[in-house]
Ligand binder design. Structure first.
Ligand SMILES: [Zn+2]
Ligand SMILES: [Zn+2]
Ligand SMILES: [Zn+2]
Ligand SMILES: [Zn+2]
Length: 260
């Protein structure tokens, strides 16, 4: 397995490794200040879980959700940020028990319970869970409740930090890759894509998700994106690979922000 990827704390904007960010987030002063401010404005403080989710390799997320949110809310969040390609079934496994979407059919037949259950009823601090999306080409995730606090949360799920999009090199020439060929499992840059022999639709965009390259997954808009928006994957690769284009990109953004 590769070294876990780096990511930024969304509160102080400092970078940490995947193994260090969890510890940082519970002691980040910028986050604490924000939490205190928000809690002071809330009517009644609520139980809030800090949840870590790992998608294998370099993919990880730290999020906060209310303990009163349901497993189906977490399912929706995971689909939106990492998984959804064509509405496959999913399943949480917590303490040996399975939880599936209520529309999945007769859940008793599948030896499962409904995901319409509050997180706080089935999970607690330190508890772990497994999650699967799509029982054919399965993407497996692991989660853990890292901590709990009393406070307020406006969003259904708040992203505390996530890994930076992995930098992949073109299998052909080593330049930053912009596509992943699902047929031959190779990363490709813009230039080498033209000469590549596989079907064009097999070349999927490089996305920040453990489902990259699976079942035609092309990524989604981040529901809570705190990095600058980069829609064009080529631009994203240039930004990572070539400093001069990064500077140009930032200047473009500055110009755009200036014009009213
Ligand atoms: Zn921080
Ligand atoms: Zn699919
Ligand atoms: Zn290349
Ligand atoms: Zn190919």
């Amino acid at each position: 397995m590769r070294k876990s990827g780096e990511g930024k704390c969304r509160f102080c904007l400092k970078s940490f490794s995947g193994s260090a960010i969890g510890k940082h987030l519970v002691s980040c002063k910028a986050k604490m200040q924000k939490d205190v401010d928000e809690a002071s404005r809330a009517k009644a403080p609520e139980r809030i879980f800090h949840i870590k989710i790992r998608g294998g390799g370099e993919f990880w997320l730290h999020i906060e959700m209310k303990a009163s949110s349901k497993l189906s809310d977490l399912d929706r969040f995971l689909r939106d940020i990492w998984l959804e390609c064509c509405g496959h079934l999913s399943r949480f496994t917590i303490g040996g028990r399975a939880y599936m979407p209520s529309h999945a059919g007769d859940l008793r037949d599948m030896d499962a319970r409904s995901m319409e259950v509050q997180l706080g009823k089935v999970l607690d601090v330190k508890h772990k869970f497994d999650y699967e999306y799509d029982f054919g080409s399965t993407t497996q995730l692991e989660g853990q409740i890292m901590a709990e606090r009393q406070g307020a949360l406006k969003e259904k799920a708040r992203i505390l930090a996530r890994n930076r999009i992995p930098e992949e090199a073109c299998a052909n020439c080593g330049k930053p890759a912009v596509r992943f060929c699902a047929e031959c499992d190779e990363f490709l840059c813009r230039a080498c894509l033209g000469d590549h022999e596989c079907e064009e639709e097999m070349a999927l965009p490089v996305v920040n998700s453990p489902r990259m390259g699976v079942c035609g997954y092309t990524g989604s808009q981040d529901p809570d994106d705190f990095e600058p928006k980069v829609e064009d994957p080529d631009k994203a690769a240039r930004q990572r690979g070539l400093p001069e284009s990064l500077i140009r990109y930032q200047e473009e953004r500055k110009q755009k922000n200036k014009t009213p």
